[in-house]
Design a protein around this ligand. Structure first.
Ligand code: NAD
Ligand code: DAU
Length: 359
């Protein structure tokens, strides 16, 4: 039975990954989820998993060397899937330090602890051990021209403190592969959406605001482009890369689903109107009049677009969920999880929202 050490498994993508892995492998795997439970980590995301005998949660900070080393000492870990990070660009613009701390130094701790646990005295590694570093397309910078794409060979050109810290962590993983032949892979994925996403990010923020009849703050001219991928397609790709990917390789993961932000906001409004029953009182709020153009994000990258050719050719992965279907599944999930939304938007979220959007 393989034992997985998942970092950041109480966050958006990590929790979707854990649910997916148990749906796929059932009792045939064991997962240890290590998460510091920052504002973005939420054990409510793991309801239905917590009671499994082949699952354990450990509250720990990935920067805490002795805590992470102790986890490796007490468990024979076969797979590390490293999600834990500070993930929101706007927060990185206001407070970069914690991004360097967690994303760069935390990744270094994870690499060192895995290396110490897995390395043989002659510098080779125990058989079938793999580390997957989950990263982002933002490390490649911004594409200005239509028809251009990010490839695995595209030079790094990060602009925000978030993407710079992720680029730093990617470089550390690359250096461990090159210097120590450390058994790892890196995946660089485009924008995810789906269940359990914290409402600081574009799609859940717009859904939540629209349902409450609040303004929908669109940065700049609203024409920045992101390449959206349904989260379940991402976590499937992560599993496939770990099981079928060539070690030491980087794989880009993306949806081939480029849309301007303003298009996304209008699709959300149209879909909400379509899905809410006539008599639902929230339906009367839903109108394009809620769209409010606000000051642009500093250093706002214009366009991201992934070429997922390598992962398709080598592993056979392709996005399965069309945006029109994924957005309905996502909105339905938020309809069914009003309590979840209430919990995550109580307390600190209000303060964050007021400071961020000056309302
Ligand atoms: P998230 O913010 O929803 O979750 C991050 C999780 O990491 C939280 O559970 C948080 O508690 C935990 N965490 C933060 N600091 C920690 C620390 N020091 N020690 C232990 N745990 C800590 O993020 P997400 O959107 O799920 O992203 C997960 C990973 O995927 C990140 O590495 C991110 O860079 C990458 N990624 C995200 C996207 C996206 O669209 N969301 C796209 C590509 C790549
Ligand atoms: O590309 C992958 C990245 O996608 C991940 O690495 C990051 O962790 C993830 O947060 C995401 O980054 P973005 O900055 O692209 O996502 P965000 O949802 O914050 O913003 C998407 C776009 O929408 C971006 O162009 C900014 C814009 N936006 C965002 C918010 C929150 C708005 O116009 N208004 C808003 O209120």
């Amino acid at each position: 039975m393989k034992t997985y050490l998942v970092t950041g498994g109480a966050g958006f993508i990590g929790s979707n990954y854990i649910h997916y892995m148990f749906r796929k492998y059932g009792d045939a795997i064991r997962i240890i989820n290590v998460d510091a439970l920052t504002y973005a980590g939420n054990l409510e995301n793991l309801k239905g998993v917590a009671e499994r005998e082949n699952y354990a949660f450990i509250k720990a900070d990935i920067c805490d060397k002795s805590a992470i080393a102790a986890i490796f000492a007490a468990n024979d870990i076969d797979r590390v899937v490293h999600f834990a990070a500070e993930s929101h660009v706007d927060r990185s613009i206001k407070n970069p330090e914690v991004f360097v701390q967690t994303n760069v130094l935390g990744t270094l701790v994870m690499l060192n602890c895995a290396k110490n646990a897995w390395e043989n005295p002659d510098g080779t590694y125990q058989q079938d051990k793999r580390f997957l570093h989950v990263s982002t397309d933002e490390v490649y910078g911004s594409l200005e021209e239509e028809g251009t794409y990010f490839y695995e060979t595209t030079p790094y050109d990060p602009h925000s403190p978030y993407s710079a810290s992720k680029a730093g962590s990617d470089m550390l993983v690359r250096s461990y592969m090159d210097t120590y032949r450390f058994p790892a892979n890196i995946t660089n994925c485009s924008n995810n959406y789906g269940p359990f996403q914290f409402p600081e990010k574009l799609i859940p923020l717009m859904i939540n605001n629209a349902l409450q009849g609040k303004n929908l703050p669109v940065y700049g001219d609203g024409k920045n482009v992101r390449d959206w991928l349904y989260v379940e397609d991402h976590v499937k790709a992560i599993d496939l890369v770990q099981e079928k990917g060539r070690l030491y390789e980087t794989y880009n993961i993306g949806g081939h689903n480029e849309k301007q932000n303003i298009e996304i906001v209008k699709i959300i409004l149209d879909t909400l109107r379509d899905m809410l029953p006539e008599q639902d009182p929230r339906r009367k709020h839903i109108s394009y009049d809620l769209i409010t153009y606000v000051e642009d994000r500093k250093g706002h990258d214009r366009r991201y677009a992934i070429a997922p050719d390598k992962i398709k050719a080598e592993i056979g992965w392709e996005p399965e969920t069309r945006f029109s279907e994924g957005i309905r599944l996502t909105i339905q999930w938020y309809f069914e999880h009003e309590e979840w939304m209430k919990h995550v938007t109580s307390g600190d979220y209000q303060k964050y929202y007021e400071e961020m959007y000056q309302v």
